[in-house]
Write a protein that binds this ligand. Sequence first.
Ligand SMILES: Nc1ncnc2c1ncn2[C@@H]1O[C@H](COP(=O)(O)OP(=O)(O)OP(=O)(O)O)[C@@H](O)[C@H]1O
Ligand SMILES: [Mg+2]
Length: 262
Amino acid sequence: MGPLTQWHIVTKKKEQAHALIQEVMQYSNSVRDVIWVFEMGGWRPDKELWDAVQKASWDDVVLEADFKKSIQNDYRTFFKSEETYKRLNIPWKRGLIFLGPPGNGKTISLKAIMHEMDVPTLYVRTLTSFMGDEFSVRQIFERARQEAPCILILEDLDSIITDRSRSFFLNEVDGINANDGILMIGTTNHFDCLDPGLANRPSRFDRKYNFPNPSKEQRRDYALFWQGKLKDNKDIEFPDDLVDEFADKTDKFSFAYMKEAL
Ligand SMILES: Nc1ncnc2c1ncn2[C@@H]1O[C@H](COP(=O)(O)OP(=O)(O)OP(=O)(O)O)[C@@H](O)[C@H]1O
Ligand SMILES: [Mg+2]
């Protein structure tokens, strides 16, 4: 069942022990400069991920300008719109799905969002734990409701929402507990395998953003991005013809493959 740590406080005054425990709990819940990650059935603060997020920026994400803008508008507007949702009498929550083949910017876009937004991020890696999926799903949403307004990230949706966890998940998303202020963003490589009840019904996930393999134009932009990055490097020549040649020769490459090639 995994390791178990017990702490004993020895005191004559019960109130003092309680006060201490409260203080410690408050402190540990307010740890700054971390991202809360859910794995093995519990939430833990992750400093490494936080550090990585600090380096992330939309400037380093090469995407079609309109596409990038619409994602940015989406989450920025959501967090500013509590009043509007309330006035229209609809729950102030939203769900997005980032989908597409591996290596085309889903995760780096998430990191850029986390870096930009001044709200807590909760990052779910897996539901798997000896306590079972139902327990995990409950823990996740309980925490998200406490932290709201917040961003709840579910990486690899199709591995998180399975036949086993599906009903618990829907219960938490649609159920009686209000999810006000929660922006849920899920990612997937296999949109087709996702449960239609999740994929095609707004109010759970309201909008999908597709990150396909890049077009020739984007491959060119990516080569230009690298040309810019390397311009002060005296050991490397990156002539303009190479930009076009690169874009020509990388048909069907993902961004991650192009990065490797470069
Ligand atoms: N649109 C992009 N612009 C710039 N770099 C990109 C882009 N997409 C991917 N890359 C590069 O490829 C790497 C992998 O990208 P990322 O982790 O965002 O892929 P992903 O879409 O999340 O893939 P997966 O579905 O496998 O999780 C990034 O670290 C980055 O260097
Ligand atoms: Mg990813």
